[in-house]
Write a protein that binds this ligand. Structure first.
Ligand SMILES: Cc1ncc(COP(=O)(O)O)c(C=O)c1O
Length: 366
């Protein structure tokens, strides 16, 4: 008999580490890539009006009304769409639906989850908790994706991997990838490839068209970042009926909460409000990058609502601590490939003014 009540796989698992949440008055939270602006007023009104006796009822099990609206937005059928409890659930369902657990004699590629590093730090956790093989392949030194020719020549990339995740634009680097480069990869990949477009609304282009063109491609999106609904946990993916249908079979019966469905539906009625905020965030992003470059930071272009920068004079870890002492939270990782960088979410104009003041004060004392 097994010694522990817990599966050995889970006992040894290092869980995903979310951005820290500290409750301090006046805290500037630039560590979780949340939208600094509130949801559209009409969305808040719609959600408030829905808080009534219907809370005792189960929500629509398939988020049907929302899927119909999303299908109209993306020019597909509702059968091409799965809605999840945030796009995190969509990613988890993908591992469960397409990747075999590693057992003796199993085909290794059929048991493989593959992704570039650095990218979204949830992917290794999803692979580890499912007992599948991880194939981590480094991005190029400038954080771009290697070409298909280079991946073939290097021989580490598995073109038959059951599931490949590509964060596009990437996190934590903020780097955008061209649809042309992604299409070459999708065309060469035999297994499922999920393009994780959590930040696509802040980018110059997106690869949604590939979900309709390739039967092995899924594109995941979220209402969290661009659409100010982190609290409600609504994400989705678009892809072939075959791939999406498999996820529907295994998702929780009522996986998307009712108020989340209502909030997301209302959001789709007010896209102009959100699009204006994307422009504001992109403008603050360019101003912040320019300012930081003028103050000794090594900056990189960003196509997301965060920036990824190398701070001057002292280590990035020290900068993270110094910011925290001044009630500014940014993100830093101990991972060797990104340890010299800080990831800083783009806040409101006021928050970024405070961020610049704190940065100047730190620069004056180090
Ligand atoms: C690349 C990427 N994908 C997906 C997610 C998940 O977002 P959510 O579950 O809120 O939709 C995140 C959140 O940080 C992310 O950075």
């Amino acid at each position: 008999m097994r010694k522990s009540l817990i599966r050995p796989l889970i006992e040894g698992l290092k869980p995903y580490v979310p951005g820290e949440q500290v409750i301090v008055p006046g805290l500037v939270r630039l560590n979780t890539n949340e939208n600094p602006y509130p949801p559209a007023p009409a969305v808040l009104d719609t959600v408030k009006a829905a808080v009534d006796g219907r809370l005792r009822r189960y929500p629509n099990p398939t988020a049907d009304a929302l899927r119909v609206k999303l299908a109209a937005l993306h020019g597909c059928k509702k059968e091409n769409i799965l809605v999840g409890t945030g796009s995190d659930e969509v990613l988890e369902l993908a591992v469960r639906a397409y990747v075999d657990a590693l057992t003796d004699g199993a085909d290794r590629s059929g048991c493989t989850v593959q992704y570039f590093t650095p990218s979204y730090s949830l992917y290794p956790v999803l692979a580890e908790m499912s007992g599948v093989v991880k194939n981590e392949v480094p991005l190029l030194p400038d954080f771009d994706i290697p070409s298909v020719e280079k991946l073939k020549a290097d021989g580490v990339w598995d073109f038959n991997a059951a599931l490949t995740f590509v964060t596009t634009p990437n996190a934590p680097t903020g780097q955008g990838y061209t649809t042309a480069a992604l299409e070459k990869l999708c065309a060469a990949q035999k297994g499922v490839i999920l393009l994780d477009e959590a930040y696509a609304d802040f980018a110059e282009e997106n690869a949604m068209s590939l979900a309709a063109k390739y039967p092995n491609v899924l594109v995941a999106r979220t209402f969290s970042k661009a659409y100010c609904l982190c609290f409600q946990r609504v994400g989705y993916c678009v892809g072939s009926e075959e791939l999406v249908g498999a996820m529907h079979k295994i998702r929780g019966s009522y996986n998307v909460n009712g108020l989340g469905q209502i909030a997301a539906e209302a959001t789709l009625e007010h896209l102009d409000y959100y699009r204006a905020n994307f422009e504001r965030i992109k403008k603050t992003r360019s101003q912040t990058l320019e300012w930081l470059a003028g103050h000794g930071f090594r900056t990189r272009p960003s196509q997301t609502n965060f920036i990824f920068v190398k701070p001057p004079k002292v280590a990035a870890k020290r900068w993270y601590e110094l910011y925290k002492e001044q009630n500014v939270l940014v993100r830093w990782w101990a991972q060797p490939d990104v340890t010299e960088y800080l990831r800083i979410s783009i806040g409101s104009e006021e928050e970024m003014t405070r961020f610049r003041e704190v940065t100047e004060a730190i620069l004056a004392k180090i």
